[in-house]
Design a protein around this ligand. Structure first.
Ligand code: DON
Length: 566
């Protein structure tokens, strides 16, 4: 009897330990009419206001994206790119908008290669104007404004301009980013001027007011003159002159010929849910669907969430998807991606059949290479009172992008050239490798992992998912979705639950803090190499109860966001 009591107590303690992370999550925010979930509360508030003023989800998305250029300018903005997924309730269709940056028409395969020894020249694709690709976010936002927006463009950009003009109080996250990137930013006088008070070598800190008058001027002009001014007017000349005069590649012609592209979303299914996600040039949609469809027959729900058995199978599926990523994917306007093959059920069944239940597989070619943690980039999810849904993931790539602010205009410029496989086989900032499919070509878009995802059930809104995190975006979206649909968590618990990540190369399982030691030991016993990597990503998700229509929002406790509904 006593022994039984001890065993029962031990089980209870283990149960409490295993669940402590997500049981500590607050309840998800709930709303009846509409919701904005973002990692930055001021921008979310602006989006919510647009919804309450009768704007739709597309209107709110434009306003939130513009506001994030101000309040979370280290992550995304008009100097970068974005991917947008839209579900339009009137027609029941899902659309994918590609606002990915594009390489200059003067770029070429060996742009960043040292001809003497064929190695990548460090820094050229990540720092300064040489790293900048043609921005796509303004074009993508203008496209959704034109196709779906109700409010005038001006009204949607103006709140951001006002915010830049009066300033806002720096959050802890933004202040930490400034400290982390201070040396990169300090070297460019135009960036120094904005982020460093006086001649101080320390940037503005937590609680300081960051005023961005030049950015306010830029946003005001953009609000009045629209994107023609950006791509084919006064601004395009200023931007391209600055870049070319300083040794970069982007020209006025690159801006003039840039177009956002409407593409067919990737579609998959899991337990009766229809999943729509971003197609190439993002790898996101293909691999989210590949991983989920590989996993479906395993019935992971029979195990405890976060225990080593389901984690092992999830990790093995990730590995296989990322090996495909490295080999096949690139810009679909330049390379033939075997889309049907990669998503074919027999192909995925083949992948699945090689997963051994008790042993980590060695996928040829995977080696140990460094990879970094980060949650730059931003994702936000919006639903309006008509059930229209918008998922946006937007980015400058790494924190503060190229670290260059366009003098006089306050606009941070991206460093998305680094997402190409600069030298096929050599890892990029995120430790990702790629093949010739993602090599630089003139006018090509670099491969991405951004995965804005929309889920329907019986043709009705069910969920919106997305996150920053480089390659970890894909695995974050997969796990957040599984946590709800397979493991029965609410959306807040789902985004908070500790995550794992495998990207084929390096051959290690990245594990977050909060995964119990016995689980790690069990994974090691199966042959996995464990790398404890702190915390990553910042999922900003919405889940809708199919029966009641109740909207619930989960904002990642790893960042300082908000789920704001009404
Ligand atoms: O497009 C991509 O996949 C990356 N440039 C996104 C960068 C990112 O998420 C940075 N945050 N960790």
């Amino acid at each position: 009897m006593k022994r039984l009591l001890i065993i029962k107590t031990a089980i209870l303690i283990l149960f409490v330990l295993a669940y402590s992370v997500w049981s500590a999550s607050p309840r998800p925010a709930a709303a009846q009419n509409g919701m904005v979930v973002s990692s930055e509360p001021i921008a979310a508030g602006i989006g919510l206001q647009i919804l309450q003023d009768g704007g739709n989800a597309a209107d709110a998305a434009i306003a939130v994206a513009a506001a994030l250029n101000v309040t979370e300018g280290c992550n995304s903005g008009m100097g970068g790119g974005c991917f947008i997924l839209i579900y339009w309730s009137e027609t029941g269709q899902v659309f994918a908008i590609d606002g990915r940056e594009r390489a200059s028409i003067n770029a070429h395969r060996n742009l960043y290669i040292n001809s003497a020894d064929s190695t990548v020249i460090p820094g050229l694709s990540t720092e300064g104007v040489t790293a900048v690709a043609t921005p796509g976010e303004p074009a993508a936002l203008a496209m959704i404004a034109k196709k779906w927006g109700k409010h005038p463009w001006k009204k949607l950009i103006e709140p951001a301009a006002a915010l830049a003009d009066t300033g806002f109080i720096l959050s802890r996250t933004y202040a930490e980013r400034l400290i982390y990137s201070r040396e990169r930013l300090y070297q460019y006088p135009s960036s120094r001027e904005i982020f460093f008070p006086g001649n101080d070598t320390l940037p503005y800190g937590f609680g300081d007011r960051l005023v961005q008058k030049d950015l306010a001027k830029f946003l005001k002009k953009l609000s009045k003159q629209g994107i023609d001014w950006f791509y084919n007017g006064g601004f395009s000349k200023t931007l391209s002159d600055y870049i070319t005069e300083n040794g970069g590649y982007l020209t006025a012609d690159d801006l003039k010929t840039y177009k956002a592209v409407q593409r067919q979303p990737i579609r998959g299914s899991f337990r009766g849910y229809d999943i729509y996600s971003m197609p190439p040039p993002s790898s996101g949609g293909i691999h989210v669907v590949q991983i989920l469809e590989m996993l479906e027959p395993f019935y992971l729900r029979y195990w405890e969430p976060g225990s080593s058995e389901p984690l092992h199978i999830i990790i093995e599926s990730m590995k296989r998807a990322f090996a495909d990523r490295a080999y096949y994917l690139g810009d679909p306007d330049f390379v033939d991606i075997p889309l049907d093959g990669l998503l074919d059920s027999t192909y995925l069944a083949d992948h699945r059949s090689t997963i051994k239940p008790h042993q980590a597989s060695n996928i040829p070619g995977a080696g140990i290479l460094p990879a970094r943690e980060s949650s730059e980039t931003t994702h936000f999810s919006i639903i309006d009172s008509k059930g229209n849904m918008v998922a946006v993931t937007a980015s400058l790539n790494t924190s503060f992008g190229s670290a260059v602010i366009l003098p006089g205009w306050g606009l941070l410029l991206n460093n998305h050239m680094d997402d190409f496989s600069l030298q096929p086989g050599a890892p990029n900032y995120y430790g990702l490798v790629g093949s010739e499919a993602n090599a630089i070509e003139p006018g090509k878009r670099p491969l991405s992992s951004m995965s804005p995802t929309i889920v329907l059930k019986d043709s009705k809104p069910a969920g919106i998912f997305g996150s920053p995190g480089g390659p970890k975006i894909i695995t974050t979206v997969v796990q957040t979705f599984l946590n709800i649909v397979e493991f029965g968590m609410d959306v807040q618990q789902a985004v908070d639950f500790p995550r794992v990540h495998h990207q084929w190369k390096p051959d290690v399982v990245f594990v977050e803090d909060g995964i119990p030691t016995d689980v790690l030991v069990n994974l090691q016993a199966k042959g996995h190499r464990i790398y404890q990597a702190g915390l990553w990503s910042s999922a900003q998700c919405i889940w809708i109860d199919p029966e009641t229509g109740l909207i619930t929002g989960g904002t990642d406790s790893r960042s300082e966001g908000i789920a704001a509904g009404y």
